[in-house]
Ligand binder design. Structure first.
Ligand code: FE2
Ligand code: FE2
Length: 170
């Protein structure tokens, strides 16, 4: 039986190196569906789990864009990329605040809603204002895709090591 389960970030062999924006859109879709889950659930447990997954996915997605993707496409529209980097800064500030909190109380819920709304607007803008301009820009996206693939694989590997260490300490 074919599984419809999304392979998720960093699944082996899943990175579309010749069309790396597809990988970014896939991350965006994952964040959108986790956000819907967070906003529409009455269960505290579901909210906390979805919230945690949102924080982690956003952290990795932002690093991937800032380290590899944005520098590669900056030539398409310098001002737009600058604007996106400022969006990331705002999101990072919220992530840092939320990271130290126990998700589930009213204050963290308000911050989480603020985060979700900022992120939805940001990813929509990336998809509408930037991605359609990449084709025909002359940027070698396969080379960018290969760099993104290895950057992401590294992050996933480091993340796995960190959680292994965490598990050993428990
Ligand atoms: Fe972004
Ligand atoms: Fe993005």
């Amino acid at each position: 039986m074919a599984s419809s389960k999304d392979p998720g970030m960093g699944a082996p062999g899943a990175f579309p190196v010749d069309r790396p924006t597809e990988a970014l859109v896939r991350d965006h879709d994952m964040v959108r569906s986790l956000s819907d889950k967070y906003l529409n659930s009455d269960s505290q447990e579901v909210k906390m789990q979805a919230g945690k997954q949102i924080l982690q996915a956003l952290h990795m997605h932002s690093r991937l864009e800032e380290s590899v993707f944005y520098p590669a496409v900056r030539c398409i529209d310098e001002a737009l990329i600058k604007h996106f980097e400022q969006d990331h800064q705002k999101v990072d500030d919220l992530l840092a605040t939320l990271d130290g909190m126990s998700l589930g109380d009213a204050h963290s819920d308000a911050l989480m809603r603020e985060l979700i709304s900022a992120v939805s607007a940001h990813i929509q803008e990336e998809e509408n204002e930037l991605f359609p301009r990449i084709d025909g820009s002359g940027v070698d996206m396969t080379s960018v895709g290969l760099q993104m693939q290895s950057f992401e694989a590294n992050m996933v590997h480091t993340q796995a090591q960190l959680s292994d260490q965490g598990a050993m300490r428990r």
